[in-house]
Design a protein around this ligand. Sequence first.
Ligand code: PLP
Length: 398
Amino acid sequence: APVQPDQPTHLMATYGRQAISFVRGRGAYLYTADDTEYLDALTGIAVCGLGHAHPVIAAAIAEQAATLVHTSNLFEIPWQTAAAQKLAEVSGMEEIFFSNSGAEANEGAIKIARKFGSLQGIALPKIIVAEQSFHGRTLATLSATGNKKVQEGFAPLVDGFIRVPFGDVEAIQEAAINHPDIVAILIEPIQGEGGVNTAPQGFSYLEEVRALCNQHNWLMMLDEIQTGNGRTGQYFAYQHTNIVPDVMTTAKGLGNGFPVGALMTQGKAVGILGAGSHGSTYGGTVLGSRVVYTVLDTLKKEQAVTNAATVGTYIVEQLRAQLAGYNVQVRGFGMMIGIQLPKDCAELVAIARDQYKLIINVTAGSVVRLLPPLNMTPDQADELLKRLVPAIQNFLNA
Ligand code: PLP
């Protein structure tokens, strides 16, 4: 890229960046300009599920870019219709609205909940959200987020959220008694940014929430922005259960790096957002829609979701065995794996990168988060373990 050396940066200082940049990628690997190879167990934060520079996705992008990129939602977009059909098939949802990011998809979900309340004559509808959740950086989504650091300095926050501990059904029942204006609950099936947190009772938490939503006529809304598109070894994490949410959002893996998101409804949430009530210039462009279609088609053809389940289970089992005696807790499903360490471990990111040529992430202070490509091979998984396990052992022994 044409960057002048020694010039001041004009980028807003919103990110704490690592002093490394990658110029190309291939599958599970990233390369710097001097061609040093790194094994990528982060995939752009749960985005490139099919790996980097996947030839089928690259070809679809190139061909569509040279044909037609954007016409607007004033016109029929056959690729958007086709992408929605494919997404409906794998998600079990009925209606789909395409957005450009996860936060935007969640904004849409919050609008649906409010409209659902308004249609019942509820003037100030409320949405139950969880502690340690992450839903995005826009005003409504940061207000829904259960992390004070994300909210700090941005008062007044968007009103209408009631917070409960993640996994605590009694707290939801109590909220129902205290707040007659609740219309929905919005949760992540597994909290990603919060530390790869599964509920104490596992996925049966989702079934308990579903039952409460039915009892109180609330919308059950799942944020599957990180857990979706095969990440946990099912297309959507709720598919580990027997229930279906009313509203679901996704993004990240849906475009394998191309910025897209989706807001989805089924059952009683269908039709709540009608003509003129929502929109986005870029939502579901011809190019973006073709990417979504191709990603979903490729996930299926390459059986990447099944691979994520089997190879992910193998990685979890190996981590548990190889780190036995190190006071760590390994949790997660498929290719969404968290290793809870007994102490803060932010330094591990640089140690793994520089000493082991492995790209990982640390979240919630003390959780090593692994988000490898869904199509990682068993050999690459062994390579990952060979690099990560000694990095953690040495760090904890020091
Ligand atoms: N919701 C969840 C669960 C997420 O993990 C994220 C991103 O990390 C978001 C929402 C926000 O998505 P985006 O960054 O695309 O706006």
